[in-house]
Design a protein around this ligand. Structure first.
Ligand SMILES: [Zn+2]
Length: 91
């Protein structure tokens, strides 16, 4: 079986946007203080999910892409904090 490898892009909210989410208020999706983190070698979605929850407590969503050398592969799936988190190691 081929080794599973995905790329991931995570959106991490700034403190101000996180506070708005906590109050169910709208956030500016282009807020310059929020950040994106990229990972190139994700092979277990469950451990990746627990890792980012510890490392970036304000993550709000992440996208999983197929891994392609030198380019962003196709978007495979989007996950949302508290609503649609991974339930299996792979897609
Ligand atoms: Zn923000």
């Amino acid at each position: 079986m081929a080794h599973i490898r995905y790329r991931a892009i995570i959106k991490v909210l700034c403190g101000e946007c996180q506070a708005k989410v906590n109050e169910n208020k709208r956030i500016d999706v282009k807020c310059p203080n929020c950040s994106f983190k990229k990972y190139q070698n994700v092979n277990n979605l469950l451990s990746f999910n627990s890792f980012i929850t510890k490392a970036f407590p304000n993550w709000i969503w992440f996208n999983i892409y197929e891994y392609k050398k030198g380019e962003l592969g196709a978007l495979l799936k989007s996950f949302q904090r508290g609503k649609n988190e991974p339930t299996a190691k792979t897609l």
